[in-house]
Structures are given as structure tokens and as C-alpha cells.
Design a binder for this molecule. Structure first.
Ligand SMILES: Cc1cc2nc3c(=O)[nH]c(=O)nc-3n(C[C@H](O)[C@H](O)[C@H](O)COP(=O)(O)O)c2cc1C
Length: 164
């Protein structure tokens, strides 16, 4: 078992960040990892909108119900699904963003934009593009820890063999 395995197991959503911008090299590294995510048929039908401006972050936060992490974030990356894009691909790219961020000391939290139409117009998307999910990022605040929503279901509950 190498360190990568443990990082996958240990990855948690962190919602409290230092109020400092992300270093350009860190943001680049995270976006690079996002770019290299595999997608269905390698279509890469996605785009990434980096929101760092304080006012724009506040407006983006209004587009979801649990968006305090967006307001707190140094940057939030909104995942745009281009025409014919798959939501499954968005999940993969979100996880890669979070794992890459974690690897360089940046904390993150997945975000749902419940009012995705509002987010789409805020971000200047066209009618055939959508943006339901985002990832909030920032250096973890002192003592920042994951919320205690509980652990995970047991293997017995989750895993089925050959048939449900
Ligand atoms: C698709 C998806 C959407 C999420 N949306 C939000 C959100 O809007 N706000 C938030 O604070 N956390 C959000 N989360 C984070 C989850 O609450 C978190 O992953 C879950 O409670 C498990 O926490 P842990 O990963 O820290 O163990 C989302 C997670 C996923 C996978």
C-alpha cells in the first residue's frame, strides 16, 4: 500500500480556509490535474471557471444552499458541463481536483449549485452549458477539520457480489 492509497482514504471535505489567495503555482497544479482527468471517450466536454473575486464568490454562494465554503474559499472552481458532457465525468474531475489539492496542502469541499440556472447566468454560460457542481479551495485554517457527518456504511451494507 503506498501513500496514494492512504490519501484517498483520508480525503475529507474541509470548509474553513485561511483568508489568503492560492499561490499561482498551486492553482496551476490543481488545474493541470483537472485537465488530465479521463473522460468518456476522452471527449473532455467540460470547462473550469476559476472564481477568486470576492464579490463574484459571494454571488456564486447565493446559487447554492450550503455554500459557506464558497464564501470562505480562496478560489472556487466551477465545473462546466459542455454539450454532450457526462455528469459522471464531472465527478471524476472533482475528485481529481480534491486529491491534487490535498497533495499540495490545499483543502477543498465539493459544492452543489442548487440554483444552477442562476449560476449559469452569473458565469455567462450559454443555454447548452450547465454548472451544477463546484469545488471550493483554500489553505486549511488553523484547526480546520472535517464536519462530523459520520463515517461510512459498512462493507456488508455496500458491497454485493454477483447479484444485489
Ligand atoms: C456531489 C456532492 C455535492 C456536495 N455538495 C456540498 C455542498 O453544497 N456544501 C457542502 O458543504 N458540502 C457538500 N458536499 C460535501 C459532502 O457533504 C461530504 O463529502 C460528505 O458529507 C462526506 O464528508 P467527508 O468527505 O468530509 O467525510 C458535497 C459532496 C458531494 C459528493
Amino acid at each position: 500500500m503506498n501513500d496514494n492509497y492512504q490519501s484517498i482514504i483520508d480525503l475529507r471535505a474541509i470548509r474553513d480556509y485561511e483568508q489568503v489567495p492560492l499561490r499561482e503555482a498551486d492553482l496551476d497544479a490543481i488545474l493541470h490535474a483537472a485537465r488530465w482527468t479521463g473522460s468518456s471517450k476522452n471527449l473532455q466536454n467540460w470547462a473550469f471557471i476559476v472564481v477568486q473575486d470576492e464579490d463574484q464568490l459571494a454571488k456564486l454562494a447565493e446559487c447554492g444552499d450550503y455554500t459557506v465554503p464558497v464564501e470562505n474559499s480562496a478560489a472556487t472552481i466551477v465545473l462546466v458541463v459542455e454539450p454532450d458532457g457526462y455528469v459522471f465525468d464531472s465527478g471524476r474531475v472533482a475528485q481529481n481536483i480534491m486529491l491534487a489539492a490535498d497533495a499540495i496542502g490545499v483543502a477543498s469541499c465539493p459544492i452543489t449549485l442548487h440554483r444552477d440556472q442562476d449560476a449559469a447566468s452569473l458565469l455567462g454560460l450559454t443555454a447548452d452549458q450547465s454548472c451544477r457542481f463546484a469545488v471550493a479551495l483554500g489553505y486549511p485554517a488553523d484547526g480546520a477539520s472535517a464536519k462530523k457527518f459520520g463515517g461510512r456504511k459498512t462493507m456488508t451494507e455496500l458491497v454485493h457480489w454477483e447479484q444485489y
